[in-house]
Every structure is written in structure tokens, then in C-alpha cells.
Design a protein around this ligand. Sequence first.
Ligand SMILES: *Cc1c(COP(=O)(O)O)cnc(C)c1O
Length: 338
Amino acid sequence: MFNTDEKICTHFGENPSKNNGSVSPPIYQTSLFAFESFKEFTEAQKLEREHYVYSRGVNPTVEVLEKKLAALERGDKCKCFGSGMGAISAVFFSLLESGDHVLFINNIYGPTTQLMDQFKKFNITYSCVDHELTNLDTMIQENTKMIYVESPGTMLMNVVDLQAVARKAKDNGIITAIDNTWSTPIFQKPLTLGFDLSIHSLTKYIGGHSDVVGGAVIGSYELVDQIFTYGYQLNGSVLGPNDAYLVIRGLRTLPIRLKQHQENTIKIVDYLKTKEDVANIHHPSMELNKSFLNKQMKGFTGLLSFELKQADFAHVCNFIDGLTLFKIGVSWGAMKAS
Ligand SMILES: *Cc1c(COP(=O)(O)O)cnc(C)c1O
């Protein structure tokens, strides 16, 4: 059956007839699942990643969300985590070994590079390549195990030619992972461009209401099963059923929210372009001249940055404190409280 992204965000992966007709998926707020017989229990325990045994494994509410995210990314399988960083650490922890090298491409989310710094104690090293892929060939080492990309990248929103990266990695037998949080799978589907893993912080657009922290990894059965076994069950960054429910609810409006975000953001970018005091605007809509952009992105979300010409600290304080519509905080914004 053909599923559009809109259908996936609403009905896909849910089974009302199995749940007394409930049109909203039940929240299975339980830590463990009981069995009728010891034999059934032992059989299920042999494959905890496919049966409801313990919620640091498969939970039916979380599973609904995982089915939707896998379908949205056109991947075989998804595992959800207690945070975006939980997902990212699980990927590194389960796929890297002592002696491996990781290549970061583009500006990477700060805590991700801090985490990779921690991996130095396991003799895992990394280096960085810019968004234009300068010297990519020479930066790939014999022991490069993974290429990890953000596109659009953190802070400057620079875009990377994802198909070119995937091709180069395949030729060298390197695993490719991308942090796809900025675009969400509505606007970018990296697995269809040749990437092995797509990673999300569900905390941002997908959750969408600033009331939940979560993460996800999507890819092939084989890779995600490995991440599930070592990076989820053993690292233990669990997404709870209540939080999964909130993300499922957020997903229902994701396509329509993003459409509106895009429309609003283009207006803001156009407005900033008219301002004398603005030196640079950073948003992928400023890079439409890049031919690969249309091939890999169906649209743009709303996170942007810009630079002021007068950028000393006092002036920036003045500017930010003078804003009336915005609050001051981390993450990607929220509903204004007053
Ligand atoms: C927020 C964020 C993360 C980390 O996600 P948490 O849910 O905060 O752990 C990772 N990558 C990007 C691009 C993010 O914006």
C-alpha cells in the first residue's frame, strides 16, 4: 500500500481494532510484560528486540512511533531514544571500535563533538571536513569507519552534497550517518540519497511543542538491530511511553506545521535582507544556486541565524533584549508564554 508522508504521520503504524477501537494509541505505561507460561517467557526472552518483554526493549507505544519514523525516512527500522544525544551516543558506542577514525562533515552540533572527544580514551579519533568537501579524498584514512554529516549544519545552516558524500563513502566501505534534525524526514530523506543512518533529536520540530525530549535512529534492519542491542539495551537511553505518545501527537501536525514554518521563515529572511544592520543571513534558502539542493531537500524549516554588522557584546545584548516577540533560551524555540 502506498503511504504518503501525511498518512504516515496520522494513521500509519496504529491499530485501533486491536485496541478496543481507540483512535489514539494507548499509552502502555508499564516496565515489564507478563507471560502465560514459563515456556512462552523463555521463547520471548531469546528475542527481546522483537517481543514485549521489558520496556528497555520494545514497548507498544514507542513501537508505533518507531514504525512511523522508519516509514517517513523510507528505512527498514527505527529505534527511539530518551534524547537526541542518547541516539547519537548509541550510534557511536555500538558501531565504533578502538583504532577507528570518524570524519565529521560540516558544522556539527557541539555536544556531538564533545562526545567524540570522550571517545579518545577508547583510541577513537576524528577529523573535520567543511561543507564544500575540501580535501575529502585526502581526509579519508585507512581506518575511517564512519562519515558523520550535518546538512544543513549547526549554526550556519550550510548544506552539503549528500549524494556525493554517500557515493565516496560506499566506494571506501565507510558507514554514513547524518543528523537530520533540521530538515525532518518531511523535507529530507537521506536514506534515499544513499546514507546508511538518519538520526534525529525528536525534541525539535518532530515533537514540536517543547514538552518532550527524545531521539531516533533509522536505517537498515542489520545496522539498527546492532544499535538496538548494544547502544539501546545496554546504554539504556530509553524513551518512555508517555513521551512517545507526545511525539506521536506532534507528528500528526508535522507536515502542516513545517509548511507554515517555511512560509513564515521566507518572510523573515526577506525582511532581514532589507536591513542595513544585518551583515549575513544563514538559511538554506539563501543557497538556491546550488544544484544539488533541489535534489536532496523538498523544503526548508524555520531555524536560521544572522550576523549584525555591529557585533560587539554590548550591541548584541541591546538588540536581543529589545526583541518583544522572542524569549531567550536554548533549543529551537517554543510558543511564547505571555
Ligand atoms: C538538539 C539537537 C541534538 C541533541 O538532541 P537532544 O534531544 O537535545 O539530546 C542533536 N543534534 C541537533 C542538530 C540538535 O539540534
